[in-house]
Design a protein. Structure first.
Length: 126
DNA sequence: ATTCTGACA
DNA sequence: TGTCAGAA
């Protein structure tokens, strides 16, 4: 399930191919990058190289624009998304709380009694 | 042949 | 956003 993500992020498409896949002009594709909405890679010859994820991102931008959202609005949407992503990353790295400890001790108790805990890993192991 | 950047009758 | 120029 991780091999797939890797392929989708491989930048192997030149702008010409992306133009056809997304129905966008080179001008538009370059402009969206200029506005910080997409970040295609560059090859040795300074040519933009897109991944399938990049294409999806372009299609997404296209939809937002069609929905009447301007560039500034799209920027805010992505800003909030990465903001929540950081929050979730922080939650994942959060230290154990008193409730976590109680849960752990509770599970230990059940295990000793010969019962199986139906809880999965939900706290930092280190 | 393709793509890149910069500029604007 | 289109389009043309000059370069890579």
């Amino acid at each position: 399930m991780k091999e797939k993500e890797l392929r989708r992020s491989l930048a192997v498409l030149p702008i010409g191919t992306v133009m056809k896949l997304a129905n966008l002009t080179a001008r538009q594709i370059r402009y969206y990058e200029e506005q910080g909405l997409s970040h295609p890679e560059r090859n040795a010859g300074n040519r933009r190289m897109f991944s399938l994820n990049d294409v999806d991102r372009l299609l997404e931008i296209k939809d937002y624009l069609a929905a009447g959202i301007n560039i500034a609005g799209i920027k805010e949407i992505y800003a909030q998304q990465q903001q929540k992503a950081k929050q979730q990353a922080a939650d994942l790295a959060r230290p154990l709380t008193d409730n976590d400890v109680r849960q752990i001790l509770h599970d230990e108790f059940l295990n000793i009694g010969g019962f199986k805990s139906k809880h999965g890993p939900e706290f930092p192991t280190h």
